[in-house]
Design a protein around this ligand. Structure first.
Ligand SMILES: [Zn+2]
Length: 283
């Protein structure tokens, strides 16, 4: 996959190396420390912030909470390139196929754990999209897993994973995810699961649409595509969620079979058309 010339997105937030807001910790001082500070301020009439500084062993100013600069490594450069390309591509698709304006999502790069508007997530949850804050969350250990399954053509497979989450964002913009959630509260559990599967397969199809446009510009070749299809077949969200320890699962619990995933991804890839991705009308 040739991603060197793709436009880098400005919408990537790199929080790797930060504490990622693990619950129970606030600025290096536990909840206990904060309580002590409040009690001390009530009893002794001192400023609780000064007490907190004493507990932290710091000077007058509160300790800064952003320890590390984002690392501009190959991984983050790659993610910026792919996200930038999805922005340009979906801009074009929205204009041409819907006569509408595309609003790009943000993407958060994290390591080990992250706090999102959808809750707290560990990297084992896999990548996810949170509709509440319009952000895609991506952990780098997930990328390493893709390396293992897609082999030498891992780049396009990784891009497919990002593009799948962007596909969920597109569903959010089009009001599809909202409609599905409404229907799910009304129907049976089986019906709700079936809707989840259709939502996932449509995100695969949307990822394929992005692939269609990259293939048109000769940025991917046949073996890249095969690598992505292998990934679609081998590591679904279901696989990742089995390993998950975190409690955030903004995605559905049930996903299509490997064969279904491959077939919808391929459909988007071949046609490049939104109206070919109506997984809800399919049998
Ligand atoms: Zn998904």
């Amino acid at each position: 996959m040739k991603w060197g010339d793709m436009r880098r997105s400005d919408n990537v937030e790199d929080v790797r190396g930060e504490g990622s807001g693990i619950p129970g910790r606030a600025g290096g001082v536990g909840i206990g420390g904060i309580l002590i500070a409040i009690v001390a301020s009530l009893v002794f009439g001192v400023n609780p912030l000064e007490v907190l500084n004493l507990i932290q062993g710091g000077g007058v100013a509160p300790a800064p909470q952003r320890p590390s600069q984002p690392i501009n490594d190959r991984d983050s450069d790659f993610v910026k390139a792919v996200l930038g390309d999805t922005e340009d591509t979906w801009n074009q698709i929205f204009k041409q196929q819907l006569n509408a304006r595309y609003q790009a999502p943000h993407l958060v790069l994290f390591s080990s754990a992250v706090n999102s508007a959808c809750g707290f997530a560990r990297s084992a949850s896999g990548p996810f999209y949170c509709p509440a804050d319009d952000k895609v969350y991506l952990d780098m250990s997930f990328f390493r897993q893709i390396n293992a399954t897609a082999g030498t053509n891992a780049d396009f497979a990784r891009a497919y994973a990002i593009s799948h989450e962007v596909g969920h964002h597109v569903q959010n913009l089009l009001g599809i995810s909202n409609k599905v959630r409404q229907l799910q509260t009304r129907g049976s559990k089986t019906a709700a699961n079936s809707l989840s599967v259709r939502l996932e397969l449509q995100a695969d199809c949307f990822a394929g649409i992005w692939g269609h446009y990259t293939a048109e510009r000769s940025l991917v070749n046949q073996s890249d595509i095969e690598g992505a299809i292998n990934t679609a077949a081998q590591i679904g969200d279901d696989y990742l969620q089995k390993q998950a320890q975190g409690h955030v699962v903004p995605e559905a619990f049930t996903h299509g079979s490997s064969q279904q995933r491959v077939s919808w991804f391929t459909r988007g890839l071949k046609t490049g058309k939104l109206n070919q991705c109506d997984t809800f009308a399919a049998q």
